[in-house]
Design a protein around this ligand. Structure first.
Ligand code: CTP
Length: 395
């Protein structure tokens, strides 16, 4: 949503990673951005402007002298400048204000946000001159995505690989998002917990973690600091979150309370296991005709948080089979929550391991709103809208 109709200038410089910026142009365009690629002469040795033209539907420029004032007009229209890959040569030049080609001239004429994704050999990257210029560019407000450590095109291994396209894409989305949660620190729990029975078996809940990871990603986009505490999940944590991986409910409880101090809001999406085995076998149990487990109830983390929340905003989830709104309201009261997200898991479009959800938001001070089926990312958006409003009311 943040990229729709946004004019983005994509600067491409001469590195083998230039082929990945074609993919970046594609993913930005697919999300609705209007991408204009600007290639340096060296970039054109690796890829062609025509590739970008085909993908973006816009002319891709490389020649400073082809169209008068293109170095002034292109940046006037742009909301974001991304330089990916950014070579050592270009980084050094930009930091010194040398305007000897279309891209470096655009850089001087442009006044908006800039993201750079360096790509070079690790020795070049760690060279004091390159480091000094990166520091200078940061001071000017440039945001850096990567580089990352890995195998480089030359076959050596080290820090110099261009960041993944998805990471640069996400940085672009964040930079174009309204920063209404800046200054907030949101602690999000996600995924299931696992309660061991023996070294092989465990009790767990159905949960992919998708809802919680979406909330963490959306909060980061809106400028919040985020701590994501997650039970086992196959998902990749969003870049920039303080990520803590846990297994059991008791480990999640510890992690939540260890990280509570700096949080201004806690959003508990985790499907915490209500019970755990009193006895955990040290060796794998042999199969028998029947097995009885002696289970004890786990701490209700959210309830405990409700007793110790102080000024923090507390958001809980109520996954119910059926339209048990009253039960969700009771839960909110019992756990001293400010907001509860009710979802009827029996409804079409809601439930586990899918990308959509059907939610109803219920505020402790009233205000109930039912939403149609929507993507978990959009659901995260409406939950954060309401969380943001409640946080503002507290000031
Ligand atoms: N929760 C928690 N700790 C637990 C169990 C649940 O913090 N041990 C949190 C969940 O993260 C969720 C909320 O409590 O935000 C609601 O969980 P749910 O399982 O729907 O409700 P319960 O309180 O367990 O009640 P019931 O099983 O009767 O619906």
């Amino acid at each position: 949503m943040q990229l729709i109709d946004q004019n983005i200038l994509l600067g491409v410089t001469g590195s083998i990673a230039a082929y990945k910026s074609v993919e970046l142009a594609r993913s930005l365009t697919e999300e609705g951005a209007n991408v204009h690629a600007v290639l340096t002469e060296s970039a054109c040795r690796f890829i062609t402007p025509y590739m970008f033209e085909t993908i973006t539907g816009n002319p891709a420029c490389s020649d400073l002298f082809k169209e008068p004032f293109s170095h002034i007009n292109l940046p006037k229209e742009a909301r974001l400048l991304i330089i990916a890959p950014a070579t050592a040569n270009t980084l050094n030049k930009l930091a010194c204000g040398i305007a000897d080609n279309l891209l470096s001239s655009i850089w001087l004429a442009y006044e908006g946000p800039v993201i750079m994704a360096p790509a070079m050999n690790f020795r070049m990257y760690r060279h004091p001159i390159v480091q000094k210029q990166i520091k200078a560019l940061r001071k000017l407000g440039v945001q850096f995505a990567g580089p990352v450590t890995g195998v480089l095109a030359c076959g050596e291994e080290g820090k110099g690989r261009m960041a993944d396209v998805s990471v640069i894409h996400e940085a672009a989305v964040r930079s174009l998002s309204v920063q209404d949660l800046k200054g907030q620190h949101i602690l999000v729990t996600a995924g299931p917990t696992r309660e061991p029975i023996d070294p092989v078996r465990f009790i767990s809940n159905r949960s992919s973690g998708k809802m919680g990871y979406a909330i963490a990603a959306a909060a980061l986009r809106r400028g919040a600091d985020v701590t994501l505490i997650s039970g086992p999940s196959a998902l990749r944590p969003p870049d920039g979150a303080d990520f803590i991986k846990v297994e059991s409910a008791s480990a999640m409880e510890r992690a939540v309370f260890d990280n509570l101090r700096k949080a201004t809001a806690v959003i508990m999406t985790a499907a915490v296991s209500d019970y755990s085995s009193r006895k955990i076998a040290k060796v794998k149990l042999k199969k028998k005709d029947s097995l009885s487990l002696n289970l004890k109830i786990n701490t209700d983390i959210l309830k405990k948080l409700g007793q110790k929340k102080g000024k923090r905003l507390l958001v809980g989830f109520a996954a119910e089979s059926g339209k048990n709104i009253e039960h969700a309201k009771e839960k909110m009261k019992k756990k001293n929550l400010d907001l509860i997200v009710f979802n009827d898991i029996s409804q079409k479009g809601a439930g586990f391991d899918i990308d959509t959800n059907v939610i109803t938001l219920i505020g402790a001070k009233g205000g109930m709103k039912e939403y149609p089926v929507m993507s978990k990312m959009d659901a995260a958006g409406v939950i954060l809208d309401r969380t943001g409003e409640l946080l503002k009311d507290r000031k």
